[in-house]
Design a protein around this ligand. Sequence first.
Ligand code: TYM
Length: 333
Amino acid sequence: MDENKKIIFSGIQPSGSLTLGNYLGALRNFGKLQDSYNCYYCVVDMHTLTVRQNPEELRERSYALLALYLACGLDPDRNVLFMQSHVPCHAELSWVLGCYTYIGELSRMTQFKDKSQRHADNINGGLFTYPVLMAADILLYKTDLVPIGVDQKQHLELARNIAERFNNIYGDTFVVPEPFIPKHSAKIMSLQEPEKKMSKSDSNANNFILLTDPKDVIMKKFKRAVTDSGCEIVYNEEEKPGISNLINIYASINDTSREAVMAEFEGKRYGDFKMVVGEAVCETLAPIQEKYYQYIADKSYLDSIFKKNAEIADEHARRTLKEVYEKVGFIVY
Ligand code: TYM
């Protein structure tokens, strides 16, 4: 690790196969930032227990997520790619931070409200305190920057508040982290219902593109994507959410602006545009998929990465936790 570089932490839940939303909102940026920062990219398995999981599938998906990190170009020698449950400090700090977080703050989290509606039969304590564990993830590494999609912004703001509150009581301990939210792909929307977020937990598979979807499936999903009445390819989130979402996808895949996309497709038809966007997505995902299947076939390699990086992450995390324990008045040896 280069002591002069700032620190990045981010995580993804292995709670389902990853979507194009996860890729464009977060994962793609992980790769772009790896040269300029010391990066911790975590498979946040503990967060998934807030919703019932099948144990075997969870284990498989945790490996799959590491394989995807690698397939997306994250270098395992330069980035600390690790599993949350392998570093016990996350749960330990989470307990302490929970004592500095108010029920009122947690009750305001929109993700908690959404998920409690969707899983009304299992509104558990973990679902409620989930953002505290996320704050612990981030604050343990004295993180400067957190690449996330916009749906995680409220959680990051809470982490900042907790850090500031703790620092005010005990003196400078935590770095107050900043979010890194991409311009065009902060919130990729569902293909069939573009007023809601593209999500891996959606029950309708036509709403999302999985990073592992084969080409014909991707093209079919784009063909069926809901556009809007009218025929101009112009950006207007309120009146044309479907076409605006496709413009965002195309602009972020090509690292260009919405204006450039509109200029390129002026006078073209919706149907043609949908196919071009589909092709661009397939072209981006093809090499990722090829590498993904190579990595996922080699579990012992994936285990070696998890084991090595658990130690590296633990060393950093333990230092912060010790500092926190000393400040709050625990006896520390
Ligand atoms: P998760 O697993 O739901 O999503 C992982 C990342 O993908 C982003 N994302 C999207 N971005 C754009 N458009 C979409 N449709 C879309 N769907 C998902 C999310 O914003 C996220 O960045 N709580 C987090 C995981 C977490 C975490 C952390 C993140 C735990 N600890 C510490 C950062 C730092 C979550 O559930 O993300």
